[in-house]
Ligand binder design. Structure first.
Ligand code: AMP
Length: 172
């Protein structure tokens, strides 16, 4: 039986700032069946796109991305907050639904021509995903897909990813 992932996604009003309804995926990650199905469904979409690497950002991007990479037999590369990665990095700064942020990736994380799937838990305004796509391309990688567990369609994040192969498992 296919599980409805929405059954393990909780709305948290006014977090982290007033007016934002935060989609909390921790109950989904904590439930073995829902977590397994999420990784399975992500992997089914990613497999034909033949990724060499999955790129995920801390922290939830690590939780989904590591398991997804393992399921696909791909490698995982980390996008991290500034100052966390020990070697030379490239950096992108972007606007969030709430505030701005920056992400860094090791300069040698992507071999030229490597096929990379950009993963995130939530597609909101698309700024984070766009920044990760740009980092992959700056490093000479090919973005073979951009995938999310959850998409907030009313924020129009897909418009920031025009021209890329974009997919989400659950839409609100
Ligand atoms: P954005 O760059 O606006 O697409 O935001 C995407 C990132 O911000 C994702 O990595 C989410 O973790 C986080 N995020 C933004 N809005 C929400 C929300 N309403 N609920 C949960 N996470 C969110």
């Amino acid at each position: 039986m296919t599980l409805d992932l929405r059954d393990r996604i909780r709305d948290v009003p006014d977090f982290p700032t007033p007016g934002i309804v935060f989609k909390d995926l921790m109950p989904l990650i904590a439930d073995p069946e829902y977590y397994a199905q999420t990784i399975h469904d992500l992997a089914d979409w990613c497999r034909p796109r033949e990724p060499d690497l999955i790129l995920g950002a801390e922290a939830r991007g690590f939780i989904f991305g590591g398991a997804l990479a393992y399921a696909l037999g791909a490698g995982f590369i980390a996008a991290r907050k500034p100052g966390k990665l020990p070697r030379e990095t490239v950096e992108a700064t972007y606007a969030l639904e709430y505030g701005t942020d920056s992400l860094q990736v090791h300069r040698d994380a992507v071999s030229p021509g490597a096929r990379v799937i950009v993963l995130d838990d939530v597609l909101a305004t698309g700024g984070t995903a766009r920044a990760k796509v740009e980092l992959v391309e700056e490093l000479g990688g090919v973005v073979s897909g951009v995938v999310f567990v959850l998409e907030l369609t009313f924020l129009g994040g897909r418009d920031r990813l025009t021209g890329y192969d974009v997919h989400s498992l659950v839409q609100y």
